[in-house]
Design a protein around this ligand. Sequence first.
Ligand code: GLY
Length: 377
Amino acid sequence: MEEIRILENGREIGRVVSGPDIGGVSALLAGEKAVYMVYDRNVEHFAGAIAETAGCGIFRKKAIDATEQTKNISTVMEICRWLLEENAGRNALLLAVGGGITTDLSGFAASIYKRGIRFAFVPTTLLAQIDAAVGGKTGVNLDAFKNMIGVIRQPLWTYECPEVLGTLPYREFVGGSAELLKTFIIDNRGDDFSRAVSILTRINTAESRKTAIGAYGNGIMDLIHRAAAIKAGIVGRDQFENGERRLLNLGHTFAHAIEKSSNSLPHEDFAGDMVDTRVPAGNISHGEAVAMGMVMAAELSEKTGTAVEPVAATLRNNLAACGLPVECPFTPEELEDAMGKDKKAEGGIIHFVLMRRIGETVIRDMTAREAIQTLKK
Ligand code: GLY
């Protein structure tokens, strides 16, 4: 198993451990006296495999429905009540198994139950492996506003393995790849951006994408590991997002506004793969919105004179080749109101992450209105 330590001023605040399969979790649980596992109902088989080999003292489990609609304070309370009913003590470990919604709900519940118990994550989606389950941001939606309440508190460890990715619907896998590419747009010292684009493009154009994801398992895992190392470095230097960590929000101000606009439309059923890199406006996932948001951020980078190379065309072409949607179905004006309400806006000022080139990003402060006006030029 490989391990990345997240160090803050030389002190370990968390670990990201990777191994080939779900069996690796048992070694991390060995020695725990009481483990309470919260898992997404959709990954029952992985949760069952963990339960079978846990080998720790007390082991209890609880399935939840993990959707944007259940990602709220009521579900957090439900988890806390369950812990109380089960008599979970201060030394318990809450283990979350699932995608980012499950890890966010569980991490937040663990952070407030009895003023905080330890927690650990086994993310089962690419998106959660890259972003949600690393770095300690946990939280839930407040009405229509995403992740508006929460805390930053580090998981004891996050365990990542490629085995779980093989069962993902392709659309979910591709959505997660937006966060992978985002990380390498921020830090491309190993030219991981090109490597990631190359693997993801081959998967996207393969006859059987599922088989291709399996065939490129080692390459994908290596990229996930590289992305985790980059994120771990940033989080260790700026855990509470006063500076450098803001870079990880690349494309996210636009993305959150796109998701909010999408959620306000009637839901359009769309189970399949991307069509010409477009998805219905009433059914846009977080990763898809991040892809569109990064293209908008690239356009803003060019129009503000920040970019020193044609970043918008580079992102548009490469993201589309990977199977990501790049055309935002909303006009900039339609996004303006939601952008202004972004939880990261301070006194109307948003810390936009702009690109000088692939691998070099900078923060530029401006209002939503300024950004929209600049994009329209
Ligand atoms: N998702 C961005 C961060 O963890 O800071």
